[in-house]
Design a protein around this ligand. Structure first.
Ligand SMILES: [Cu+2]
Length: 143
């Protein structure tokens, strides 16, 4: 009986929501080398699954909140990360970082907003195409 209760709690109560981010060569709006959605606001305990809808993409975290763990996935592999530390995460697709294949995940409150604001111009400077994308995404951060 105890075990059943535990299972039910896991299924209905304790698990966070799961969100999906597609890794795309081109999206419906014609944006190239892009995550969809590129900005997500989730809660602590929620998870994000990166889906290799198109080939030759993966994800690597660049800016994370203090106490969080960096992530790095395998090429063309679907991967799910659970976010247990509040704050803002900026990640890139390493082979397409110069084409601004970047994304932001806000988990709860933006605890590391100052660091993020400092990092954005530095990350943006390396972009050859789709310049300014990261700044656009960052406008969706909620304080
Ligand atoms: Cu890519």
């Amino acid at each position: 009986m105890k075990r059943l209760l535990f299972v039910l709690l896991c299924v209905f109560g304790l698990e966070g929501k799961n969100y999906e981010v597609k890794m795309l060569d081109i999206d419906e709006k014609g944006e190239t080398m892009v995550f969809d959605p590129a900005f997500l606001h989730i809660e602590v305990g929620d998870s994000v699954t990166f889906v290799p809808t198109h080939k030759s993409h993966y994800v690597q975290s660049k800016v994370i909140p203090e106490g969080a763990k960096h992530f790095l996935s395998e090429l063309d592999e679907e991967v799910t990360y659970t976010f247990d530390t509040e704050g803002i995460y900026i990640y890139v697709c390493p082979p397409h970082q110069m084409m601004s294949m970047v994304g932001i995940i806000q988990v709860g409150k933006p605890t590391n907003l100052k660091k993020v604001k400092e990092a954005i111009p530095k990350l943006e400077r390396r972009a050859m195409t789709n310049k300014g994308r990261l700044s656009e995404y960052a406008k969706q951060i909620k304080e």
